[in-house]
Design a protein around this ligand. Structure first.
Ligand code: ADP
Length: 393
């Protein structure tokens, strides 16, 4: 009987899953899919390794379900029915925050789960859903090994300096430091960099993970040296509905002068800001690019202005720039975003080849560009599967 691994990536409004062979190092999923639009009208889709769509019947059943726990239970049943001839040997989860306690993939036990629960306030948009998925699997098959893979883990190669805030020492000592996120995505990109850059892969590279959540990571020797996100996934770039870096004085003003309470401010910063807040139209870059509304263009321009200035701020940490990599939904698909960011970086020696950029080619920089610019699709699931395999062996 074939042994397989399941990876789950439970987000605020989506649940992504993929199934991999347990005994090969393949980064290609046997099948993968997603329940999108959770909380509104969930839509299920799944495809096999060749991209062929699977199972319409199951899609209809899932559309009726409403909350995460219910959807996860249905998804697990669907997987069990559909893959009865394969033995599931482990489930790997993307878990956004590992805090100070967890930097390496970790087998989930009751006590690990309890510790991860204490990190919920640090990632309110993601961590509760990540943990709900773990609990749902434990209820379904209590003895099935579950491995938590952390988005914060990749950044633990950074120096202490890069991780510190300028706060009183006692607060840093208790763990109020810069953790960084999107580590599974950066880990994947670091692994495939030699295919694109050859010997230069170990040089000075900035990876821009631009999705609904967005961050950048400055790497040297394919290790994280500095990153734009900090204690929480709110920091750094402007995002779909998150504000990114903000003067902390604004928060004091909202609390003290406007009388907002903490949960109102949390909602404002995580869910009402970013592209959505500035445009007043959508958190979705594609939607904004299709719009003629001036506020949509304002949001796009601010996103790219902030991205270019944050990128420039990361360069000193690696002493220059040899290559820039765009990845994730916006990074892989939005030629406009890449162009607007790169146009602000010509002083750094960045020049795009417009035709290659327009067709989302792998290498999009011009021959004369001092910095090579690439579009590289990310694959966080492949990293979770890799970490599960090394755990099992
Ligand atoms: P998540 O952080 O939820 O995984 P993704 O990496 O899937 O997000 O990225 C979602 C973002 O990518 C959305 O803003 C979406 O509009 C954007 N996107 C996807 N395709 C395109 C495209 N062709 N043009 C512009 N933006 C796109």
């Amino acid at each position: 009987m074939n042994e397989v691994l399941l990876t789950l990536n439970a987000g605020s409004s989506s649940l992504k899953f993929a199934m991999f062979d347990a005994d090969t190092a393949s980064t290609r999923a046997r099948m993968s899919g997603e329940v999108a639009n959770i909380g509104r009208a969930p839509v299920f889709s799944a495809k096999d390794a060749n991209g062929k769509a699977l199972d319409k019947g199951a899609m209809e059943k899932l559309e009726a379900a409403s909350n995460h726990a219910h959807l996860i239970a249905q998804l697990l049943q669907w997987i069990a029915r559909r893959h009865g001839d394969q033995r599931l040997v482990a489930v790997g989860h993307r878990v956004v925050h590992g805090g100070r306690q967890f930097s390496k993939p970790t087998r989930v036990t009751d006590s690990v789960l309890q510790e991860l629960e204490t990190l919920v306030p640090l990632a309110p948009l993601h961590q509760p859903h990540n943990l709900a998925a773990i609990r749902a699997v434990a209820k379904w098959q209590p003895d099935l090994p579950q491995i938590a893979c952390f988005d914060t883990g990749f950044h633990r190669s950074q120096t202490r300096l890069a991780q510190l805030f300028a706060l009183p020492r006692a607060l840093s000592d208790e763990g109020i430091i810069r953790y960084g996120f999107h580590g599974l995505s950066y880990d994947y990109i670091a692994g495939v960099l030699p295919e694109y850059l050859g010997d230069q892969a170990d040089g000075r590279v900035i990876v821009a993970h631009l999705g609904n959540g967005a961050s950048m990571c400055a790497m040297k020797n394919r290790k994280s040296v500095a990153t734009s996100m900090g204690f929480t996934a709110l920091d750094g770039l402007m995002m779909g509905s998150r504000c990114g870096t903000i003067d902390p004085g604004v928060l004091l003003y909202l609390l003290q002068a406007k009388g907002m309470d903490a949960s109102t401010i949390e909602d404002l910063l995580y869910r009402q800001s970013g592209l959505l807040g500035v445009s007043g139209i959508s958190n979705d870059m594609y939607v904004l690019e299709q719009s003629d509304a001036p506020h949509a263009r304002d949001a796009i321009d601010l996103f790219n202005y902030r991205a270019a200035s944050i990128l420039a701020g990361l360069v000193p940490a690696i002493g220059g720039l040899d290559a820039l990599v765009f990845t994730a939904g916006i990074g892989e698909n939005s030629a406009l975003t890449r162009q607007l960011i790169c146009d602000q970086l010509d002083w750094l020696g960045v020049a795009l080849e417009p035709a290659e950029n327009d067709r989302n080619a792998a290498l999009i920089s011009a021959a004369k560009s001092r910095v090579k610019v690439f579009v590289v699709p990310t694959n966080e699931e492949a990293i979770v599967a890799r970490d599960c395999r090394s755990f099992l062996s």
